[in-house]
Design a binder for this molecule. Structure first.
Ligand code: NOJ
Length: 971
């Protein structure tokens, strides 16, 4: 067994409890990272220079519009003053679909002589092969006649009515995106553009400009990276980008940090993107985590912009908010080509859509995967699994998936079972299937040495190799292991075989199909590696150094699993795979869900999870969640309860716990804690129709599944900083989870002057709020309360019956809740399909449009498919009309028939009981009113000052004795 020095230090420090100092010891900061150190130094020197002389300029004569491809091409010249010559760096400027302006700078290194002859000498330019949804991303034709070219610039207009313009200046090289006449996003505004061209160590000094540092160019000084020969020498790329007039920037996950990104000037830790196994990650930190999405969104009233830095190498991003109006950013990557996409639009949703048009939108997950997932490391054996399964029923708590961590496998050799503990996995899966439940199994990227499968991948030469092209061997869960190189096309066939469904007695061959996969440790995590991961000098297929592909590697692994599962499931009814990945990159949303890794059972981690999930959502990766309860440690009963009440709002909702933590399934805390947790989980299930609808919409347009508060009123700058509340998609449900210990009240921010109906815990009540300007309201909270509001103008569909799993809810009726806005209108959407197949892609779904005003409620279907036909027996069983006590008559009309509806007033609201409205037909409910009260808003409005001091109206606090009406009935 190979034990490294850092491994020994790790064990010692953990034993001594020095987790923080261990982290600082283990991971690089900017000053200890060669390329970050150099680029920051370069930026500092450029800023200090009194007579800065730009080193980079575009050769005007070289600029041409390629008549075939409509790409603007030319040469950037990097002037080397000491040598009196220039290096030619070819560039391309293209307009891609949906306002995406792409700028690339390349370097021809075909004649370079690396220190290691095995290394591919080209700059890695294949990140988009993995990250883009297809290599057919449409090039919007930048037609020659639309391009304006003179001796200093080249520019073109784009967007509807030519509203936007991209202008590339030659000297200094500067790319500016305009909306109208105003510059919005400027590349190289501060002259931080730096492209370290190839040179040998001997000649290096002659290649340096006076602004450059030569720190760690040809050898590393950080701990054990000293062995790294850095075969291509310095090859980093960097540039600054100024966001003009923007003070709010979001994205670049994954970090345990605020939603609106922080200023990093003066800190040794800019935001770092470098996928690492950072167990017990530190909240409020710019340290790297398990995944990377180099995409940043900036918003202000009227304009939003996006920046996608397409690079899979180690990357640091500095953010400077010290300017009065602007935010400037500095992007630095260890190698690769300079490849950046700049996007502009009116709203943040436009930017989400543009970014997703390149990397793809989130997969529409199988419906079951939006239910509750029960995990721990480990459920010990079949008996344990089936016992947990039946305890859920005993406690009448719905759940959809039980998970098995590494110890199901014999000696942690994935694709085997511990034979004594799991003698009949097939029987276990069948038992789960009776109630429509599923199993998820963990399969990591390493395979134990001395095991037939690791021998096979060695023989097939589909392993990650060391710098001498021999299979790399390191330490992970099974002890000594080797790693599958999922970047090698030949690995797919091997992977398919391991996951194939067949009659043969192979590991997965005979199983029923209600099981799915969890890909963990795919950063890749290597216990004796540098910074817990692969050596940068390791080699992948194509002789690419790991240095170039590190951040995208995890994606290649979970994508291989996705492809294998698609093949496995293609002959079955359950065709959509579900995969959870820990490591991710831009594009991972197409094939996997992610979670935020190894958090702790502490309040600060619960709080941090909300901005983290919001950040992932605006960065195109909405299927995200955090371990409910916290991975390490034992949560108090209160913390566990509050975590469930928060976790039901994670798009991916899973409880998980470390092997050393005590059991904490929902019934463990007991008494009222368990019943509150039960109510929370049932609320998740009641709202599954809204979750599924939000995912569908996200899968079509890239809109986040959890919508940040500021998206709802872009003119209100105050809401741009709100990071502890959100909307569930476009449903109008506004949620503010309680994340403070012992809280007895909470503040909710209303971003506009709309009516907000109290919807605590999903229950309708007699209360509504409306402020005269955006601000906070204060609500008292009990432990049982999940603070929720329903925004006026919304119609929400829910399924209120308790069932054991989402599968068993398929034929349940709906309850619609109608919340009119201040003008008396409302609308909502509901998406339904079979929940498991790809048939929706050929139109087999139902997408309903609900509309309402004071006199009617109507449903119209967007699609009349065979699937929609099959829903004939599913009805709306209840209509809840919020703030209406004025109804005197209600009639339904459908298919030429009309019938009277019964209804009753309950407090401030009217309930139409069992209207039997068929969900798959167009219908209208006609309402007659006596005009006595149109809505809660028109009721007596006690005026008063709430916590913010703003004037508000609290509408219709009527029938104060009436208890809140339960939104979901408990059977
Ligand atoms: C690390 C993962 O983050 C954690 O969730 C899992 O339980 C362990 N690996 C063991 O597989």
């Amino acid at each position: 067994m190979k034990t490294s020095f850092s491994g020994i230090i790790l064990v010692l420090l953990i034993q001594l409890g020095f987790v923080l100092s261990y982290k600082e010891y283990l991971f690089k900061t900017c000053s200890s990272s060669g390329f970050c150190h150099r680029n920051r130094e370069f930026a500092r020197n450029v800023q200090r220079a009194t007579n800065f002389v730009p080193q980079y300029a575009i050769d005007p004569k070289s600029v041409e519009v390629d008549p075939e491809l409509y790409v603007i091409k030319g040469q950037v010249l990097k002037h080397l003053a000491q040598l009196g010559k220039s290096v030619q760096l070819p560039f391309e400027l293209t307009l891609l679909d949906k306002n995406n302006v792409r700028f690339q700078i390349f370097e021809d290194r075909s004649t370079a002589q690396p220190k290691n002859a095995l290394v591919n000498t080209a700059r890695y330019n294949e990140t988009t092969k993995w990250s883009f949804k297809t290599d057919q991303v449409t090039i919007e034709r930048v037609k020659d006649e639309k391009v304006i070219k003179d001796e200093n610039h080249v520019s073109f207009q784009f967007g509807k009515d030519g509203k936007y313009r991209a202008e590339l200046s030659y000297s200094p090289v500067r790319l500016v995106i305009y909306a109208g006449d105003e510059a919005q996003l400027v590349m190289n505004d501060n002259n931080f553009l730096n492209y370290e061209h190839f040179r040998t160590e001997n000649e290096n000094s002659k290649h340096l400009s006076p602004y450059e540092s030569d720190f760690d160019m040809f050898s590393e000084s950080f701990k054990e990276t000293r062995h790294d020969k850095i075969p291509m020498g310095p090859e980093s790329i960097s540039s600054d980008f100024t966001f003009k007039g923007f003070k709010h920037v979001y994205g670049i996950p994954e970090h345990a940090d605020s939603f609106n990104l922080k200023d990093t000037t003066g800190s040794d830790l800019p935001y770092r993107l470098f996928n690492v196994d950072i167990f017990e990650y530190v909240p409020n930190s710019r340290m790297p985590m398990y995944g990377s999405i180099p995409f940043l969104l900036a918003s202000k009233p009227g304009v939003s912009v996006g920046l996608f830095w397409i690079n899979s190498a180690d990357t640091f991003i500095d953010i400077n908010k010290k300017h009065e109006k602007d935010t400037s950013t500095h992007w630095m990557s260890e190698n690769g080509v300079l490849d950046v996409v700049l996007t502009v639009g009116e709203r943040p949703e436009d930017i989400n859509e543009s970014y997703g048009s390149l990397t793809g939108y989130v997969q529409l997950p199988p419906l079951f995967s939006l239910g509750y997932h029960q995990c721990r490391w480990n459920y010990n054996d079949e008996k344990d699994v089936l016992n947990i399964n039946s305890l859920f029923d005993e406690h009448q708590i719905p759940y959809d998936v039980i998970w098995l961590d590494v110890d199901y496998a014999d000696s942690r050799k994935y694709f085997t079972w511990q034979p004594e503990k799991f003698p009949d996995p097939e029987g276990m899966l069948k038992e789960l299937d009776i109630t429509g439940r599923n199993l998820v199994l963990i399969i990591d990227t390493h395979l134990k040495t001395g095991y037939s499968l690791s021998d096979t991948i060695r023989e097939k030469e589909i392993t990650i190799k060391d710098s001498e092209n021999k299979t790399f061997v390191g330490q992970c869960w099974p002890g000594e292991a080797v790693w599958l190189d999922s970047m090698n096309p030949a690995s797919q066939e091997f992977w398919d075989e391991q996951h194939a469904l067949s009659d043969e007695n192979t590991f997965m061959g005979r199983f029923s199909t209600n099981f799915y996969i969890w890909n963990d440790m795919n950063e890749p995590s290597i216990f004796d590696g540098i910074e817990t991961t692969s050596l940068k000098s390791n080699l992948h297929y194509g002789n690419w150094e790991h240095r170039s592909v590190h951040n995208v590697f995890g994606l290649t692994f979970h994508e291989a699993t996705y492809k294998a599962l698609v093949k496995r499931l293609e002959s079955t009814e359950r065709q959509r795979p579900f995969i959870l990945t820990r490591s991710f990159y831009a594009g991972s949303q197409r094939t996997a869900a992610m979670w935020t890794g190894d958090n702790m059972s502490k309040w600060e981690y619960l709080k941090a999870s909300i901005p983290m999930v919001l950040t992932l959502g605006v960065s195109g990766m909405p299927f995200a969640g955090a371990d409910v309860g916290g991975f390490f440690g034992d949560p108090s009963k209160e913390l566990l309860t509050r975590w469930y009440q928060t976790g039901i709002w994670y798009p991916f909702f899973r409880a998980h716990a470390h092997i050393d933590s005590r059991r904490r399934e929902p019934w463990v805390p007991g008494g009222s804690y368990t019943s509150i947790i039960r109510d929370a989980i049932r609320l998740r299930y009641a709202l599954l129709p809204m979750w599924y609808t939000s995912f569908f919409e996200s899968s079509q347009t890239g809109v986040p599944v959890l919508k940040p508060t500021f998206y709802d009123n872009l003119n209100n700058i105050e809401s741009y900083d709100i990071e502890d509340q959100f909307y569930l998609g476009n449903s109008g449900i506004l949620v503010k989870p309680v994340t403070d210990e012992g809280a007895s009240s909470t503040e909710i921010y209303l971003p506009d002057e709309q009516i907000y109906y109290d919807f605590t815990g999903g229950c309708i009540s007699n209360r509504s709020y409306q402020l005269t300007e955006p601000g906070f309201i204060t609500k008292d909270v009990l432990l049982a309360d999940i603070p929720m509001l329903l925004k006026g103008g919304s119609i929400v569909a829910a399924k209120n019956r308790y069932r054991r799993s989402s599968h068993l809810m398929a034929n349940d009726p709906y309850t619609l809740t109608v919340a009119l806005d201040k003008d008396g209108d409302a609308s909502g959407r509901l998406y339904v399909d079979d929940g498991s197949s790809f048939n929706y892609e050929r139109g087999e779904y139902l997408y309903l449009n609900f509309t309402a005003n004071k006199t009617s409620i109507a449903s119209t279907a967007e699609n009349n498919s065979a699937f929609a036909e099959s829903l004939g027996n599913i009805k709306v069983e209840k209509l809840q009309l919020l703030g209406r006590r004025d109804i005197t008559e209600a009639k339904a009309e459908c298919d030429g028939e009309t019938w009277n509806l019964s209804f009753k007033t309950e407090g401030a609201n009217t309930i139409v009981t069992n209207p039997k409205l068929p969900v798959n037909k167009n219908w209208t409910v006609h309402l007659q009113s006596d005009g006595s009260s149109q809505s809660a808003e028109e009721e007596d409005k006690p005026k008063g000052a709430l916590s913010s001091g703003l004037l508000v109206s609290v509408g219709a606090i009527l029938a104060s004795s009436a208890a809140a009406l339960k939104y979901f009935s408990i059977l």
